[in-house]
Write a protein that binds this ligand. Structure first.
Ligand SMILES: Cc1cc2nc3c(=O)[nH]c(=O)nc-3n(C[C@H](O)[C@H](O)[C@H](O)COP(=O)(O)OP(=O)(O)OC[C@H]3O[C@@H](n4cnc5c(N)ncnc54)[C@H](O)[C@@H]3O)c2cc1C
Length: 487
């Protein structure tokens, strides 16, 4: 029964999400984090709770005032993260009213935005000025503050992280003091990927580039071709990612390349139709095959039916694919050199567990970022050339069991976790082991900028080992999963 309800729930949420987005001309996404009737829920609707207080500051001074008058607070942008980082033990701070463009200089291409501004709104504002982000990740509904706080990455031969476009940010720390930081500052690097532990990102200055077109290609291929040619495929494309599927050698190659070619006719509509079809197929057909135990026999055939696409669009439209499918994400990085072996381990784990118990439909998204990322202390892609192994699992019966096993595997092989994704077993000892000196620097900065632990919650105390619990909390602010009754 739980399996059936979960399956129908994913199909229903995915379909309604597509429909409402289409009817609103792309302006409204049903699956987004928000506070409704005093209850917060995240994007996937699995973290739900009633905060003791909700603040909606509309200026940096107002943010500082909220900080000074709270014992505990957590900020959120679009609630697109997959863990209890957004759960506050006292005050939950929505940055929706602290959004929009502060100033734009078309000469230098520098545009300053408030921390709660959604990436899709920044992209539109840049386009109006003949500008664009140099590169973007795969989704555009998140806030710029949330994106930077989890060091969001995309994929690329030479480019990997949204933080690479940031030349300055402003941060309100745990004492309510404002700081102007540039990429060389340790405080900047602690804010990028530090999930708000050193402060609230209130303003971001982006270095944009002249707008450009991107050719987005989706090709259906086979691992027998991809594995021996991986280096060359990455080298030949500006941005490359792979979708791998369990029980088949069929795979999907996604590439994005800058082009002078004109835009495809009705490119954005065709893209909308393609991604809506992908999401519906994953939710309805993928779920059905997974739960009827037909995946091992049907996976190869099903993925052979898929057709590729080739579209030229404005860069932001080509990079950002609105993801409608209600799913959960767990993601880690491994050194690029270990890619093929480690990817196989996560797929083998799924196939093994699938044979033993109920698991939902899952695909594996593989992305690549270059060496030399130095804008974050604790980001999963810092320092080394990385391969990102991203488990994308329908949010229905069995996903937590697979993710728990995957976390065990990640610990065993020393993979680094993405702190915006599922993260239930990782703690500060793991991060210390994985990040060494950088972790020690991070902790020192947290103590210096949030000495009273105002930004801490149960999640940050676990992963960073900093901050004090709120003794007066009665449980209303503790992390909970939907359905467990806390809301
Ligand atoms: C459909 C989908 C696609 C995704 N694609 C990608 C991808 O391509 N690459 C990738 O790396 N990740 C991806 N993610 C993960 C996710 O986008 C990020 O982790 C990001 O945090 C979400 O931004 P947000 O505004 O929703 O942040 P929230 O979920 O609201 O917040 C994330 C964390 O940052 C803190 N925070 C939020 N705003 C601020 C602020 N202004 N100052 C300080 N702290 C703050 C919050 O307390 C929380 O701990 C995806 C998620 C979804 C749901």
């Amino acid at each position: 029964m739980k399996k059936l309800l979960g399956y129908l729930g994913v199909g229903f949420h995915t379909s309604v999400n597509i429909l409402l987005n289409a009817l609103s001309g792309g302006r409204f996404l049903w699956l987004e984090g928000r506070v409704q009737g005093g209850v917060f829920h995240n994007w996937a609707l699995d973290h739900r709770y009633r905060p003791r207080r909700v603040a909606r500051p509309d200026s940096e001074e107002a943010i500082a005032e909220v900080v000074r008058t709270s014992q505990h607070l957590r900020a959120f942008g679009a609630g697109h993260s997959f863990n209890p980082g957004v759960v506050s033990e006292e005050n939950l701070v929505s940055l929706d009213r602290h959004a929009g463009i502060v100033r734009a200089d078309p000469e230098t291409g520098r545009v300053t935005v408030r921390g709660g501004t959604r990436v899709r709104d920044i992209s539109r504002a840049l386009l109006d000025r003949g500008l664009a982000f140099g590169g973007l990740p795969s989704h555009d509904a998140q806030s710029i503050g949330g994106i930077l706080s989890t060091d969001v990455h995309g994929t690329g031969r030479d480019w990997g992280f949204v933080s690479e476009h940031v030349v300055r940010l402003r941060l309100v720390d745990g004492e309510g003091r404002s700081h102007d930081c540039t990429p060389e500052d340790p405080l900047f690097q602690a804010a990028i990927g530090g999930i708000g532990a050193v402060g609230i990102i209130s303003e971001v200055e982006v270095q944009a580039v002249p707008r450009f077109h991107v050719e987005q290609k989706v090709e259906i291929s086979n691992l027998d071709f991809v594995e021996p040619n991986l280096d060359r495929l990455i080298e030949e494309n500006d941005h490359l990612s792979l979708y791998l599927f369990p029980f088949t050698r069929r795979c999907q190659i996604n590439s994005w390349n800058r082009t002078e070619r004109p835009k495809s006719r009705l490119g954005e509509l065709r893209e909308f139709l393609a991604i809506s079809l992908d999401a519906s197929t994953a939710a309805w057909a993928g779920g059905l095959l997974a739960y009827t135990k037909l995946l091992p026999t049907a996976s190869g055939l099903a993925h052979r039916l898929k057709k590729g696409t080739n579209l030229v669009m404005d860069s932001h439209a080509a990079y950002n694919r609105t993801l409608y499918h209600q799913h959960q994400e767990y993601e880690v990085t491994v050194p690029y050199e270990d890619s093929l072996v480690d990817i196989r381990r996560f797929i083998d784990l799924y196939e093994k567990l699938y044979r033993e118990e109920t698991l939902p439909y899952t695909l594996f998204e593989i992305r690549f970022t270059p060496a030399g990322h130095a804008r974050s202390l604790l980001g999963a892609g810092v320092g080394r050339r990385s391969t990102w192994i991203h488990l994308v699992t329908s949010q229905s019966e069995g996903w937590e069991r697979y993710f728990s096993a995957a976390e065990e595997l990640a610990k065993e092989i020393g993979a680094r976790p993405h702190l915006g994704k599922f993260c239930e077993a990782c703690d500060h000892r793991d991060l210390e082991r994985l990040h060494g000196e950088r972790f020690a620097t991070f902790v020192k900065l947290v103590h210096a900028h949030d000495p009273q632990g105002r930004f801490s919650n149960a999640f940050t105390r676990r992963v960073f080992g900093t901050g004090q619990p709120d003794r007066s909390a009665t449980g209303s602010g503790e992390p909970s999963r939907a359905g467990s009754g806390a809301a």
